[in-house]
Design a binder for this molecule. Structure first.
Ligand code: NAD
Length: 256
């Protein structure tokens, strides 16, 4: 029997928001699958650490600033066969108090940046006849929650962007899919618990069970490695026909 070769050997992946949480787990998974990984984040020290852990390279940019995205030289100095659009953040407030600046910032990082990054890397993927675009969306790409107008609308937009990319990439070897977790055990969720307690007027200890997991059948947080496993699968062998799809990992939230 020949020794098995890691499925992404020879591929290069760019993972955004890879200094923490889900992105960090995705970087580790794609690296374990044989890819050379670019760890992109606005947090330089953490990005460097993760890049060292996974044997990849770090890139620093604020994805809310298109000039910083341009300056990365994607598609010219840096090519990638796999793009994982993962960077994101949350801001929780009722619409009437939601600062327009915060709304626009979420849309720039979580919707405009995925478009700009795909736009820069797609010509290289088309030339190679192979590419994988995976967007870390959310159950909030399919469902709404009060106080999350910017996040929910950005994730719904990302679902639409992914489908358009799937149609345009069809026949050129490039697939585009989303992964949609429920609540995952990461700093993003841990930071929300205090905000949600204030908005809902309840104790922080009740937020996890009564608010975050209220609509979830499986009463536990999703682990970052579970999400990374789905991303790895979508980049792996046998996935040429899986495109334009949305993979819910929400513990049954959207089944009800
Ligand atoms: P996290 O806060 O642990 O990590 C997010 C990373 O994105 C951080 O390293 C941060 O520095 C980076 N980032 C944020 N803004 C950036 C910017 N402007 N430029 C560059 N980097 C930036 O969060 P996470 O929970 O791992 O979330 C990752 C993705 O998963 C997000 O898109 C989030 O919406 C999505 N998601 C998370 C959950 C959850 O419960 N944690 C659920 C569903 C979807």
């Amino acid at each position: 029997m020949p020794e098995s070769v890691a499925p992404l050997t020879g591929r290069t992946a760019l993972v955004t928001g890879a200094a923490s949480g889900i992105g960090r787990a995705v970087a580790a998974r794609l690296s374990a699958d044989g890819a050379h990984v670019f760890v992109l984040d606005r947090e330089e020290r953490e990005a460097k650490e993760v890049a060292a852990e996974v044997g990849g390279e770090h890139l620093v940019a604020d994805l809310g600033d298109p000039r910083e995205i341009d300056a990365l030289g994607l598609g010219t100095e840096i090519r990638a066969d796999i793009l994982v659009n993962n960077a994101g953040f949350q801001h929780v407030a009722p619409v009437e108090d939601f600062e327009p600046v915060a709304f626009a910032a979420i849309h720039r990082v979580m919707l405009q940046a995925p478009f700009l990054l795909a736009r820069a890397l797609l010509p290289g993927m088309y030339a190679a006849g192979w590419g994988r675009l995976v967007h870390v969306s959310s159950a909030h790409g399919h469902r709404a929650s009060a106080y999350k107008s910017a996040y929910v609308s950005a994730k719904h937009g990302l679902e639409g962007l992914s489908k358009v990319l799937a149609l345009e990439g069809a026949g050129r070897g490039v697939t585009s899919n989303t992964v949609c977790p429920g609540y995952v055990r990461t700093p993003l969720v841990e930071d929300q618990i205090a905000d949600q307690a204030t908005s809902h007027g309840i104790a922080e200890s009740d937020v996890l069970h009564d608010v975050l997991l209220a609509r979830t059948a499986v009463k536990r947080l999703v682990e970052p490695d579970e999400v990374a496993g789905m991303v790895g699968f979508l980049c792996g062998p046998g996935t040429d026909s899986i495109t334009g799809t949305s993979h819910l990992m929400d513990g049954g939230w959207t089944a009800a």
